[in-house]
Design a protein around this ligand. Sequence first.
Ligand code: PLP
Length: 400
Amino acid sequence: MPARSRPAAVMAPAYEHRDGYALIDTGAIRANAAVLAAQVAPAGLCAVVKAGGYGHGAPEVARAALDGGATWLAVALVEEGRELRAERIAAPILVLSEPPPAAMDEVVASRLTPTIYTRPGLDALRHAVGRAGGRPPFPVHVKVDTGMHRVGAAPGEAVDLALDVAADPALDLEGFWTHLAVADEVDNPYNTTQLDLYDHALDALAGHGVRPRVRHAANSGGALWHPRARYDLVRCGIALYGLAPDAEGITRPPVPALRPALSLRAGVSYVKEVAAKERVSYGLRYTLAQESVIATVPLGYADGVPRVLSAVGGEVLVGGRRCPIAGTVTMDQIMVDCGPGAEVRSGDEVVLIGRQGDQTITAWDWAVAAGTIAYEVVCGISSRVPRVYDHTWPGPPAGS
Ligand SMILES: *Cc1c(COP(=O)(O)O)cnc(C)c1O
């Protein structure tokens, strides 16, 4: 292995001594946004950057996605929207659930676009807009629940709310939207059921002469696999990060080429030879058949490495080879079986997610092994792991 230097500028100064980090390729985010924008045109692209940009870093992802052709951003929380405004990001920001009444002043002050689906929510927004005074009509998106039953007003109620918004000179019924429960299932007829209900609600509004300018229904699965669901705007999260909405999806046409943007890397912190028949880590569940080189890597379940991985054949990349996680994942560290006589030194690069040489481990590999989805894997990389952005990287990491 060539000598390897740690990234010069780790973005989280609280962890400048830590040799374990998530490397975020903002060029991949930009390219994915451009591919998605082209695929869904003339619909627009809303980059979903909730949960810290799915663990990638919200402001950095937002800037890269806007660069690549997204025109909207979406977040789950008012606080997430406020953070983007503090970073001087000016694009429209949709809050995907109705903000609590007490948050409406902040919504108005930060020029966030609220989703509304209750009467008390609409009243609280009206009062906040009234208090702020003297602005152009404040944009609102009303959400209709067409069958996922998470949030949103039932169709009749949503139409009534939307008509009230449209009739209020202080408000602008900019959007009317819904969310699909099984968009990642290409052939599931429930998608049609939901979109039919959505179209009915839009027709009811049109019957009153009300036509929201921004109709939207699709997440990544909807945008990629259900062209009918694209309407005026698609809300893409997972695809923007270069991951498919489901485990097999990446091979399913017509998915465009998307590049995973996140890799999880660390340096070996300690190496030793361990004799045959010795056992490794908590519970002594990993027994060496022969003497082997065991490397310790300073990332564990408190960083988002699923503890179950060691029990289901989890591997990492060392020196361009796939090596098994040796024994139980601990809170702060894992051990890796590099094999008999392996030439591994402290500081050598270990790739947990990403590419090294001609080998790749994906977030979906982890997810499938751990019985979850790639979304949870990338969102699960904890705040203790510094995010390093490609523009801070002094050169390509050794071995890739
Ligand atoms: C999270 C979310 C999205 C993005 O979903 P992906 O599958 O990641 O594209 C879109 N819309 C809503 C309402 C969401 O909550």
